[in-house]
Ligand binder design. Structure first.
Ligand code: ADP
Ligand code: GLC
Length: 506
């Protein structure tokens, strides 16, 4: 039975302070962790939340795959004694592995790296290879076995997305004999319900559930599939997601991606906690990557950043012309088809420039390439992944657009706020929870929000931002409102600690 916690979806309560100050023991298993391996915000969140918990004195053991893309240079990596030459049997295979430990330079966070070249030496983090399920079954099994080898009894197993969503089931089946985990509680954080890890039921033998196979979702099995995320939703003691609004949205058919019925059943243990921002990485006052630092009191550096960004990207125009930024994975979720329908007309009718950074589906890359050709000097598209340019775009743009179809949290709008770059966002998920609509008369608010996912909505939002930009006094006030917002992990991380403590009853 799931452990009851006194939270309701979408409501962040303070709750009574617990008398205890005992530190928590946490094992966090993740497929991404910045700066070692990143495809999106999951990496930033795993790293910043772990660093926060470490800083607060909790004993956190983080495990992630040792992908071949993780460069050894600049990393202090050591093999961990007693965690070498190990193996685990998964289905018919004996898989050999070892565990190394790296200390992250910025936070001092120790990270355990699961070394298994056969499965992790691939050109990309995720693949569509036939053994993709094995890569993350291994991660999940080893997270548990690593604790056994270390005699580490975690209060909390913190799992993230489908890649480690089998851990709660494994703890209740394969490893249920081990008293080490008698008091362990599992938490599954949903970063994106659009990615569920659905595999053919032919892989069921690789789950090694034996007589416990009846725990798998029987309707799915009958349909010939196994859904890792769904399994996690059924067996984790507590479910969290990355914003209160998304916690509500995924309980409905529109955003639940077929899992809304299960989420409604488990709504008593589903909680939304907004992500935080790592201001050690994302603060214009200290950012070493941008051309000039700046702060709310002295915005002159931001003008320099804009000038340098435009020069670097070959954008014509001057400071009086608004610059809109967009940095994203180029996938359907991010609302690019809407941009495709709206931007050409808006560019024809208005005077603004656009700086785009991203990579992903080729149809979207082709769109931005053709837009750049058609509006040369006004649109710049950098195809690829570039951390420094992402910082430059946040610092140098006047506005940042995020017209997402859905957005569990979104980090770029929170980075934008800190850099005095006004977010233009769809009013959903974490975007709705972190951006407040501008009220020009009162001089309040931090950005522009639009509700309906259609051309009129996005066109209205961008046009409105361009109009407001003309009022320089108001615009500066709005910039400063955003820069004053605090979405630090210090605030958001406390909420995790609070629920972890309740769950673990310490
Ligand atoms: P998601 O996780 O859905 O991709 P988020 O807004 O949570 O969306 O996080 C995206 C993160 O990835 C941000 O830190 C953003 O700056 C970064 N990012 C996305 N695409 C790129 C890119 N092409 N180059 C550099 N950083 C990128
Ligand atoms: C996902 C979501 C994004 C969120 C990130 C980190 O990739 O798409 O909205 O910010 O995870 O939680």
């Amino acid at each position: 039975m799931p452990v009851e916690v006194e939270y309701h979806p979408g409501v962040q309560t303070d709750g009574p302070k617990l008398a205890t100050t005992e530190n928590l023991k946490i094992c966090l298993a993740t497929s991404e962790l910045a700066p070692l391996a990143k495809s999106g915000g999951l990496a930033d969140v795993s790293a910043a939340l772990s660093a926060y918990l470490h800083r607060e004195g909790h004993d956190i053991r983080v495990l992630m795959p040792f992908y071949s893309s993780i460069k050894r240079e600049h990393l202090d990596i050591e093999s961990v004694e007693n965690l070498q030459n190990l193996s685990v049997t998964i289905g018919p295979w004996d898989i050999e592995y070892a565990i190394d430990r790296a200390t992250l330079p910025a936070s001092g966070l120790p990270v355990y790296l699961l070394r298994c070249p056969v499965l992790y030496d691939r050109p990309t983090l995720y693949t569509s290879a036939a053994d993709e399920h094995l890569r993350f079954i291994l991660l999940s099994r080893v997270a548990i076995e690593m604790c056994q080898h270390m005699r580490f009894a975690p209060d909390i197993f913190h799992c993230h997305d489908w890649h480690t969503a089998l851990i709660p089931l494994y703890l209740r089946t394969i490893y249920s004999w081990d008293k080490l985990f008698a008091a362990t509680r599992s938490v599954l954080t949903i970063h994106n319900i659009g990615y569920q890890g659905i595999f053919s039921a032919d892989i069921s033998a690789d789950l090694d559930l034996g007589a416990d196979e009846h725990h798998l979702h029987q309707d799915d099995l009958a349909l010939g599939r196994i859904n890792f995320m769904k399994t996690g939703l059924l067996f984790a003691h507590l479910l969290t997601t990355v914003s209160p609004t998304y916690a509500l949205e995924i309980q409905g058919a529109e955003y639940g991606m077929g899992l809304d019925d299960i989420l409604r059943v488990r709504s008593d243990v589903l909680l939304g906690i907004l992500n935080g921002v790592d201001y050690d990485e994302w603060d214009p006052a200290t950012d070493a990557l941008i051309p000039q630092t700046f702060s709310s009191n002295d915005l002159s550096g931001k003008a320099v950043c804009k000038q340098e960004l435009m020069r670097e990207l070959g954008l014509a125009g001057d400071a009086s012309q608004p610059l809109i930024g967009f940095v994203s994975r180029l996938v359907g979720q991010k609302g690019i088809d809407l941009m495709e329908r709206v931007l050409p007309g808006l560019l024809a009718r208005n005077n603004f420039s656009l700086a785009v950074l991203g990579s992903g589906e080729s149809r979207f890359e082709l769109f931005f390439e053709s837009l750049q050709r058609a509006a040369r000097g006004r649109v710049s598209f950098y195809r690829g992944y570039n951390d420094k340019l992402a910082h430059w775009i946040e610092a140098g743009s006047d506005m940042f657009v995020m017209p997402s179809v859905y957005e569990p949290c979104g980090l770029n709008q929170m980075y934008s706020l800190k850099y005095g770059t006004i977010p233009i966002v769809r009013e959903i998920g974490g975007l709705a929870d972190s951006v407040q609509l501008i009220n020009p008369a009162a001089g309040t608010g931090t950005g522009i929000l639009f509700r309906d996912y259609d051309e009129a909505g996005l066109a209205w939002a961008i046009t409105r931002a361009l109009e407001l930009f003309e009022d320089r006094v108001l615009w500066q006030k709005i910039m400063q409102n955003g820069m004053a917002m605090d979405y630090s992990w210090q605030r958001q991380g406390e909420q995790y600690v609070k629920i972890f403590r309740r769950l673990a009853s310490i």
